[in-house]
Design a protein. Structure first.
Length: 399
């Protein structure tokens, strides 16, 4: 079977997480993704996430750059820019997350590249937008989480705002850019014309909160964190993480009568699920918390499951990886990497019956495919050797 994007070439000039993650998703669906990076390699190669360093490729880079080939080229050099422009002639998607203004200074902005290839889908990712008062601010995940308002949608009023446990803004921006690229490709198939696709992190994390923000903008209800650690300010009590005799479980807005029956709390039996769960949410939460400490997580989950109450375990990563449903779904993919050995990592979360995603290669070494890629667009061995000698491009072979 071929990938759904077989025959599509992507020039991925992005760094860090949002852009590379979007590029990897295109590669997982069969696109030929060329990782265009400096001769010394992209910045992410040289920093570790959580201290996890690989043999030759750090885990953070490894996790975001599978199914790509690497072209190492100096875009600050005139000949390096000419190399990129030659590739643009036959490319379908150009992906970048330079700071606003950098692409124009390098001569790889949309106006320049679309003049070379009018069918080009040009995806530009920024922190706050290509213009406006915040255009030059750093587009960093935690900073955008703070601006998004989401940190005040959960937790206790007397506790500090809490960030997400993942790089949430980077991830949702990557998915947004991925969707934008696919939509623009579909438009091109209909009309034959490419276009500029602009995605910014601030808008992406704002749009992710479609329901929460509409409660505020349409319903006029403000975020009001209260005394107990509710998991969401706009969902009725009890809703959150509760300690048990041997750990923690999650409980999601059960019927108070049913909950009262299961935990043995008579005061819940006459309460109204819509009215009282808001007006007395701290009281309800505290009472539930008191009861749940009396039995183990497994005992409560069994009791709640039998009663039709929504509840579940609180996992760590070891629990998640070994969960039977995760294993049944094939959520993680495994493959052999020439320098990093056996790699196990989350796969592509969408399943296509006729054109499944696949892992054809792991993250490349910097410049591993430089010679191969340039040969495909007409560069001969003598010219390639001269560019390597001059430092305009670099090449590296996997061991």
């Amino acid at each position: 079977m071929t990938g759904i994007l077989e025959g599509i070439r992507v020039l991925d000039c992005s760094i860090a997480m949002a852009g590379p993650f979007a590029g990897q998703r295109l590669g997982d669906l069969g696109a030929d993704v060329v990782k265009v990076e400096p001769v010394a390699g992209e910045w992410q190669r040289h920093v570790s996430a959580g201290g996890a360093q690989g043999n030759k490729i750090n885990v953070s880079f490894l996790s975001l750059n599978r199914n790509k080939r690497s072209l190492a080229v100096d875009l600050k050099a005139p000949e390096g820019r000419e190399v990129l422009k030659t590739l643009v002639e036959s490319a379908d998607i150009f992906l970048q997350n330079y700071r606003p203004g950098v692409a124009a200074r390098l001569g790889v902005d949309y106006a320049t590249l679309s003049a070379i290839n009018q069918r080009l889908v040009y995806v530009s990712i920024s922190g706050y937008g290509e213009d406006g008062p915040y255009r030059d601010r750093p587009g960093q995940d935690l900073i955008l989480q703070g601006m998004s308002g989401a940190m005040l949608s959960a937790g206790k009023a007397d506790e500090p705002p809490a960030p997400a446990g993942q790089y949430l803004v980077d991830a949702v921006t990557a998915y947004t850019a991925f969707e934008g690229a696919l939509a623009a490709l579909f438009h091109r198939e209909r009309t034959g014309e490419g276009q500029l696709v602009e995605v910014n992190m601030l808008d992406a994390i704002t749009a992710l909160q479609m329901q929460e923000l509409s409660v505020f903008t349409v319903g006029g209800i403000k975020q009001q964190r209260s005394a107990e650690p509710h998991a969401h300010v706009f969902i009725r009590s009890p809703y959150g993480v509760f300690e048990t005799a041997d750990g923690f479980i999650v409980l999601a807005f059960p019927s108070l009568k049913t909950l009262g029956d299961v935990i043995g709390e008579a005061s819940f039996l006459d309460l109204d699920d819509e009215k009282d769960t808001w007006e007395r949410r701290d009281e309800i939460y505290a009472t539930t918390r008191h009861h749940l400490k009396r039995r183990t997580s497994a005992e409560w989950l069994d009791a709640f499951g039998s009663a039709g109450i929504w509840a579940g375990p609180v996992y760590g990563y070891e629990d998640l990886v070994n969960d039977p449903q995760i294993q049944h779904n094939g959520t993680f993919v495994e493959y052999d990497h020439p320098t990093e050995g056996r790699v196990k990592t989350p796969g592509f979360a969408i399943r296509f019956a006729k054109t499944p995603s696949r892992v054809e290669r792991g993250a490349p070494l910097a410049g591993e495919h430089t010679e191969q890629i340039l040969s495909e667009v007409g560069y001969d061995a003598t010219t390639i050797a001269r560019l390597v000698e001059s430092g305009v491009i670099a090449r590296s072979e996997a061991t």
